[in-house]
Write a protein that binds this ligand. Structure first.
Ligand SMILES: [Zn+2]
Length: 256
């Protein structure tokens, strides 16, 4: 992945700790670690790791909460070995209890795991789903922030998720104002620049390349170039496309 990022002329990338086709954590050999670190440092690439979807921070099930705690600790260890400072994570679904209790569970997990943590920041990402999913509704970020005792939690804005959940990104000024009042623009540290294949309000998470899909290219351009967001790193999470098309998209978006 890192080699490909460099080849694409990009300076940031993101990978999953647990590839979705294996459901097992990546095995890291000393040789892999050495090669990764050498390349990362040589090219000064910013690398984000994405947490496994098996971690459900909002769950009300005690066994699931213990598993989330254990897995997140494991991920932090892998991140440190690879000199990665940011882990992107979904807040999950408040299974087995009310949504408010789910937000509390997310805060408890983060406060516990990040206590005394200096190197790792966890970026909670907004998601697209409804029901008991936590942090799809941007208001949930206000509640979450009020419960955090750690300063090592920041946020990741996914434009496709916000759109499919039901936010109107086309009135960009109003959307930015809403972000200011919920996530807080200064707390957003990463943008997942995705377009959506499904309409706003569908709550279906199906990404499109930034210059395709229903949100519109100009809308996304306006968001990433807004004064308080324009210096943030950007990650594209593409649907399945050819490497050639992906490379073209990366160089296209770098000119936005
Ligand atoms: Zn995302």
């Amino acid at each position: 992945m890192l080699e490909q990022t460099i080849q694409f002329g990009a300076n940031a990338c993101q990978f999953f700790f647990m590839p979705q086709d294996t459901n097992k954590y990546l095995k890291l050999t000393d040789k892999d670690q050495e090669a990764f670190l050498a390349l990362k440092h040589k090219h000064k690439t910013t690398v984000f790791a994405h947490s496994s979807y098996w971690i459900n921070p909002a769950s009300g099930n005690p066994a699931s909460a213990r598993a989330s705690h254990r897995m997140l600790k494991q991920e932090i260890e892998i991140a440190k070995k690879l000199d990665i400072n940011h882990i992107v994570m979904h807040a999950g679904s408040a299974k087995g209890h009310e949504k408010e209790a789910g937000i509390q569970a997310v805060a408890t997990l983060l406060n516990t795991v990040l206590q005394d943590e200096k190197e790792i920041t966890i970026l909670i990402e907004n998601t697209a789903h409804a029901g008991k999913t936590v942090c799809s509704n941007l208001e949930d970020f206000v509640a979450l922030q009020s419960l955090l005792t750690t300063t090592n939690v920041k946020f990741c804005l996914d434009t496709a998720h916000a759109y499919s959940y039901g936010y109107d990104l086309k009135t960009t000024d109003l959307f930015l104002k809403l972000l200011e009042q919920t996530m807080g623009l200064e707390h957003i540290k990463l943008i997942h620049l995705n377009n959506s294949a499904k309409p706003s309000g569908s709550k279906i998470d199906q990404h499109e390349l930034p210059d395709q899909g229903l949100i519109g290219e100009t809308v996304l351009q306006n968001i990433i170039n807004s004064p308080k967001l324009k210096t943030l790193p950007i990650i594209i999470e593409p649907p399945i496309v050819s490497l050639e098309e992906l490379k073209k998209t990366v160089s296209h978006v770098r000119n936005w």
